[in-house]
Design a protein around this ligand. Structure first.
Ligand code: N01
Length: 558
């Protein structure tokens, strides 16, 4: 419900949180413990973020459920029972709602509230946020927990308005679900969302046409009901398992650290190792088979070719198999997909694959779509699994500004500051925008890890930082431009030492025409990042300018 204080004097908070997903909810819990007044503003009509919006058929997490969950409460992680190896969207949303109730978080979440502007005034040392409905909020600090994959993107196709059928985007799926029975359906996009929904839509639709621009690597998930014994063993030392997971690059435990290069072993031995990972299911275990799969092209070629051969052995029509076998990027450099019967689906008589790389979609028509080469497809429904304006989209949609305190002093906007690509220090803060924290922003390892581990690590870091400020009578923190620049350079150097930049992925904004091509996530690993960000805090927040302002002191006293 929109807030009742609308139109009256501004609500004053210690911390305003933007977003009511996994990050925003944990921020409420953690920051409240410091005695701070907090409130999260969520544009959806329910909590859960990604898991609230992405309700497409087959939506499921590709990190195992015993890992993809909060670790902050031992009771919670012991009590919650995941029914399957990988959580489905409804199950994860149920879990998030359970957490909100169990820790009484809802009273500090305001739903149906979109933050449109956020302005920091150096003279008052306050952030002022405005909602679409016209409410004003003042806060000493802001935590942006708006998500990395939360701005759905529709390609700019001509003619969508003229389409007489129904169309959907994976990230804005109708809550009541969609029944495709008897319909001619087109799915555009073969990333993680497309790969998950295609086998399920194929079982319902009269005919399914998949429009593929880039083939993606996908591995079998091997989902199954949770094994009771496995769950018992995991829970017997959950805490220790989490700690050892935090000491790995992906913050995911259970996979021994590789010790050898893929090129150090014989072809037979390597193929046996890949086969065993393929049978085991899951992406981390596969990429973790050898030390150098993400840094050495020749090593990666062996892992890529193994999967291409699996595709060729699965898909009966050789032309379709070759189209599905990715050749333009090394495996793992675009987000590796996990599937259940994805490649097998192309053996169904009611499924066809169209290559829109060689013959791009020209326009949506009244009755379907047409390619530049003149092929026409009659469709009753079109599904856009075309992804998101990743990592920067949600923050760029908010008009974020900071005002100087000198009379007549200028204003900087985040959109301008990021015009050439996102600039952050540690993915946590932006120079020139004091007292604004980002959870798993660009420059953080977040999207390359078990996301909830990164969320908890970032929010804990932010909470410790706010505590440090309070304990020391300080009220302002911002990164120095030098520290920000050095971090951005470091993020890029680390990326350049890997194979990641070889792919046209959303990690570099390649899916958005005109977006600056900058490598956004930190791929040096969660383990290194955690140690580094903690060391920076221990050194008195090295690279940050901390301060005490007259206005800030007054507010703290109020
Ligand atoms: O989006 P994507 P997604 N014409 O950007 C194609 C997470 N996630 O929603 O590669 C034709 O990966 C585009 O083609 P190309 C996960 O981190 C996790 O699938 O740009 N095609 C691509 O095939 C994931 O990486 C889970 O050439 C067009 C597809 O649309 C991220 O979310 C599940 C096009 C978009 O793929 C995003 O995944 C789902 C055009 N004009 C998502 N424009 C799990 O945990 C775009 N495409 C399992």
């Amino acid at each position: 419900m929109p807030d009742a204080s609308l139109g009256s004097s501004p609500r004053r908070l210690d911390v305003a949180i933007v977003g009511g997903g996994l990050a925003g909810l944990y921020a409420i819990h953690r920051l409240r413990k410091l005695g701070l007044s907090v409130r999260a503003y969520e544009q959806g009509s329910g909590i859960g973020g990604t898991w609230f919006w992405n309700r497409y058929p087959g939506a499921r997490c590709d990190v195992e459920s015993l890992e993809y969950s909060y670790s902050f409460s031992e009771e919670l992680q012991q009590e919650w029972k995941w029914p399957e190896r990988y959580g489905t969207q409804p199950e994860i949303l149920k879990y998030i709602n359970h957490v909100a109730d169990r820790f009484d978080l809802r009273r500090d979440v305001q739903l149906d509230t979109r933050i449109e502007t956020a302005t920091f005034d150096r003279a008052t040392n306050l952030w002022t946020l405005k909602t679409r409905a016209g409410e004003t909020i003042e806060a000493r600090f802001v935590v942006m927990a708006a998500g990395n994959l939360s701005t759905p993107r529709l390609p700019d196709f001509k003619g969508l308005k003229s389409f007489k059928g129904k169309w959907y985007h994976s990230g804005l799926w109708p809550h009541e679900g969609v029944d495709f029975s008897g319909q001619r359906v087109g799915v555009i996009g073969t990333g993680s969302s497309g790969v998950q929904m295609i086998p399920i839509i194929a079982r319902q639709a009269r005919h399914l046409t998949v429009f593929q621009r880039t083939a993606n690597f996908s591995l079998p998930a091997r989902n199954a009901p949770m094994e009771t014994e496995r769950e018992r063993r995991h829970k017997a030392n959950y805490r220790e398992r989490r700690i050892s997971a935090y000491d790995t690059p992906f913050a995911i435990g259970g996979h021994p650290r590789p010790t050898r290069s893929a090129l150090e072993v014989s072809d037979d031995e390597r193929n046996r190792a890949y086969e065993s990972k393929w049978q085991e299911g899951g992406s981390i275990s596969y990429l973790y088979a050898y030390t150098d799969l993400l840094v050495n092209k020749q090593s990666n070629d062996t892992a890529s070719e193994f999967v291409r051969n699996k595709i060729r052995a699965t898909v009966k029509d050789p032309r379709t198999a070759e189209l599905l076998a990715p050749k333009d990027h090394p495996i793992g450099t675009k987000r590796l997909c996990l599937d259940t019967n994805y490649y097998e689906t192309y053996n169904r008589p009611n499924v066809s694959l169209v290559d829109v790389r060689s013959d791009p979609i020209a326009e949506i028509t009244e009755t379907g779509l047409r390619t530049e080469g003149g092929q026409s497809f009659e469709l009753d429904a079109i599904v856009f699994a075309t992804g998101f304006d990743a990592m920067t989209g949600a923050l760029r949609e908010i008009d974020i500004r900071a005002r100087n305190d000198q009379a007549g002093g200028g204003e900087v906007s985040l959109r301008d500051h990021w015009a050439g690509g996102p600039l952050t220090y540690l993915g946590l803060m932006v120079s020139g925008f004091p007292n604004m924290f980002i959870v798993t922003g660009p420059g953080s390892p977040g999207v390359k890890t078990q996301m909830i581990a990164s969320i908890e690590q970032h929010v804990d870091w932010i909470a410790d930082c706010l505590d440090h400020l309070a304990q020391n009578g300080l009220d302002r923190i911002e990164p120095t431009p030098e520290a920000e620049q050095a971090w951005v350079e470091h993020v890029n150097q680390v990326a350049d030492s890997t194979l990641y930049p070889l792919a046209n992925s959303w990690y570099v904004g390649a899916n958005i025409p005109g977006k600056p091509r900058v490598f956004m996530p930190y791929v040096g690993g969660f383990d290194r990042y955690k140690k580094h960000s903690e060391a920076i805090a221990a050194k008195g927040y090295e690279g940050f300018a901390l301060g005490r302002t007259a206005a800030g002191q007054r507010q703290a006293a109020e």
